[in-house]
Design a protein around this ligand. Structure first.
Ligand code: C2E
Ligand code: MG
Ligand code: MG
Ligand code: MG
Length: 281
């Protein structure tokens, strides 16, 4: 009986170690290793003018090219990267690579060309972000490329004096600010007003329910009206069907993003394809 108890205790202990202790720690060291190995790469998804369906910009989405596990999606590693602060050097890598690629293909891009980059809550309390943005702007060396910082709603919640100053500085550099996943967090309008916003991105949850759920449509319509009154441009995310695109355009949404136009693909491939298409025209 005692042997059984000891065995169970051991099993429980090792299970506890693996799930609670070891896994996050090993992910942490994996992330550290991957940073020095430059395994984080920028993928890109186009953003289109809702009326003309012309390309106006793109969003950079991070992917992990893991030597063993292959392509890893952000949900698997961004939360841990944000909690540990490693998101800062990871974003640094992504911004450097993005600037390098854009510089090579800038002749083929329309003006202005918006480049959305997702930033983490940690960036809002650090001076690193404005240094990185400054470097990005000087590296692409083309003022038709506009850097848009995408902040998800939950991060916009607490706007400290520091954050307020940081955003003012970023704006003076020429960056624009977008609120991502709008409608899924708890931002009050008072808080949103504190940041001088440019874009509002309607979350894909609402877009998915167009034609299915009246409440989602109502929320879209109200959001669009509010955004217009605040002079914000609106981007709808997760557009997968022509019917959704048409509905959103009719309601006054300015820009569309989603699988209807393209899935995220490697930035380099995206820029190459785009340049080739222009040459053929
Ligand atoms: P997000 O910024 O809201 O990005 C949009 C997500 O929706 C992307 O997922 C994109 O692939 C997906 N998506 C786009 N169009 C469609 C569509 O038509 N249908 C569906 N079902 N999905 C669509 P992804 O690439 O997996 O990224 C997930 C989230 O991870 C992002 O959400 C963003 O919050 C975060 N993330 C991605 N890259 C970065 C990064 O570099 N830094 C930080 N801090 N977070 C990042
Ligand atoms: Mg985003
Ligand atoms: Mg989003
Ligand atoms: Mg999201």
């Amino acid at each position: 009986f005692y042997i059984l108890v000891i065995l169970f205790a051991q099993m429980f202990f090792s299970l506890f170690c693996r799930t609670i202790l070891c896994r996050p720690r090993s992910l942490y060291s994996e992330l550290e290793r991957a940073i020095s190995n430059h395994e984080f790469v920028p993928y890109a998804q186009p953003i289109m003018n809702a009326t003309t369906k012309e390309l106006v910009g793109l969003e950079i989405l991070m992917r992990w090219e893991h030597p063993v596990h292959g392509l890893v999606r952000p949900d698997m590693f961004i939360p841990q990267a944000e909690r540990s602060g490693l998101i800062i050097p990871m974003t640094d890598l992504i911004l450097k690579e993005t600037a390098k690629q854009l510089r090579l293909y800038k002749h083929a891009l329309p003006a202005p060309f918006h480049v959305g980059v997702n930033i983490a809550p940690q960036h809002c309390n650090s001076t690193v972000l404005s240094e990185e943005c400054q470097r990005f702007i000087s590296e692409v060396a083309d003022n038709k490329i506009v850097l848009v910082l995408e902040l998800t709603e939950r991060e916009a919640l607490e706007v400290s004096d520091f954050t307020h100053g940081l955003f003012q500085q970023l704006k003076s550099l020429g960056c624009k600010i977008a609120i991502d996943d709008f409608g899924t967090g708890h931002s009050s309008l008072v808080n949103l007003q504190k940041i001088d916003l440019n874009y509002l991105k309607i979350d894909q949850i609402f877009v998915k329910n167009i034609g299915i759920d009246n409440t989602s449509e109502l929320l879209i319509d109200t959001t669009v009206e509010m955004a217009k009154r605040l002079s914000l441009s609106i981007i709808a995310e997760g557009v997968e069907t022509e019917a959704q695109a048409e509905y959103l355009q009719k309601q006054g949404v300015d820009f569309l993003q989603g699988f209807l136009f393209s899935k995220p693909i490697p930035l380099e491939e995206f820029l190459q394809n785009h340049a080739l298409k222009l040459e053929k025209q």
